[in-house]
Design a protein around this ligand. Structure first.
Ligand SMILES: Nc1ncnc2c1ncn2[C@@H]1O[C@H](COP(=O)(O)OP(=O)(O)OP(=O)(O)O)[C@@H](O)[C@H]1O
Length: 297
């Protein structure tokens, strides 16, 4: 019999988890899995459980929760040799990984999808001992995201990030950076540097339109200055999928990126603060097999 571990964060998505727990259990059982249910109680649990699922006896790990839980589960799988196939039911505010993979954002639909799915090999990125699937940010937005409170998130959802992001980006707080990449070294002042793996960043599905989940590259955007006028212009460019054409943006792709700053700066990985500069980011091509809808290419 096939075996699946179902990792569930009961606090995710305004308690939606309890509503969808039974449906997920029933679906996995009907697909022929013996299911082991693991409910998280706090930070690190999803990572610990996902690691346990790499003991060679599991075929599938299904995680249900927000981006935080999904990221934790991927971090548990990333280092292990016997990685089961991964799937997830998104219950978050933003759900960038789901958007990028074409996984339905409605939890019921993403549970149904398990029945008509295929395993796709996707890239993840590594920064020291941490892994991310969507985005690393250094600079204004990274600092601002860390200031969004749980209450703000619950009340305002993605808007909370927008409010803090706008505040930070319009402040035009430039920092001296050195970015070493496959094509050379860039030195200069920037407000924020983004390293994206997927097209969807912060819910904007066209921020990095050329980033494919399995293209083997880190997509770097250095935003040199913002201020109110530039911010409005870049906002419009993001909606058209043309950020890289903006006069104050430098964009390139690379397999390895090293970011150095004059003073240590917070790094935000998929929405959570993890460490400080200097950092070296590398891509692990097609490292994780994820269940996506059958129709997705
Ligand atoms: N039983 C629990 N009760 C409260 N918090 C928990 C529980 N289990 C895990 N957590 C915490 O929940 C957090 C992850 O929450 P979640 O998966 O909803 O991600 P998120 O990043 O807040 O989602 P999003 O920003 O997409 O809404 C982790 O910080 C983890 O420590």
């Amino acid at each position: 019999m096939k075996k699946a571990m179902f990792i569930l964060n009961p606090s995710s998505g305004k308690e939606l988890a309890s509503t969808f727990k039974k449906r997920t259990l029933d679906k996995l059982t009907s697909l022929g899995y013996e299911v082991v249910l693991k409910e998280t109680e706090g930070e690190g649990d999803a990572t610990k459980f996902a690691k346990q699922a790499c003991d060679g006896t599991y075929d599938l790990v299904t995680a249900m929760g927000g981006d935080g839980t999904i990221n934790e589960a991927v971090n548990g799988l990333a280092e292990e040799e016997n990685r089961p196939v991964f799937s997830f039911v998104p219950l978050g505010t933003v759900n960038d990984f789901a958007r990028a993979l074409g996984i339905p954002l409605e939890p019921g639909d993403s549970i149904e999808m398990l029945e008509k799915s295929r395993a796709k090999k996707v890239d993840i990125a590594k920064v020291e001992n941490n892994y991310f699937m969507n985005i690393l940010a250094v600079g204004a937005v990274a600092e601002s995201v860390s200031s969004v409170s749980v209450e703000q998130k619950t009340k305002l959802g993605a808007l909370a990030y927008m409010v803090e992001g706008v505040k930070a980006l319009t402040a035009n707080d430039e920092k001296e950076l050195t970015i070493i990449h496959d094509g050379g070294t860039w030195k200069g002042k920037a407000v924020i540097t983004l390293v994206a793996l997927t097209n969807s960043v912060g819910g904007f599905e066209k921020l990095a339109p050329h980033a494919e989940t399995d293209d083997g590259y880190l997509h770097v955007f250095i935003i040199k200055q913002t201020g109110l006028a530039a911010f409005a212009r870049m906002g419009a460019a993001i909606l058209r999928g043309k950020l890289e054409e903006d006069q104050d943006v430098i964009a390139f792709k690379s397999k390895v990126v090293r970011i150095e700053t004059e003073t240590p700066m917070i790094c935000n990985l998929d929405g959570d603060d993890k460490g400080e500069t200097p950092i070296e980011i590398s891509i692990l091509p097609k490292h994780l097999e994820v269940l996506v809808p059958l129709a997705d290419d």
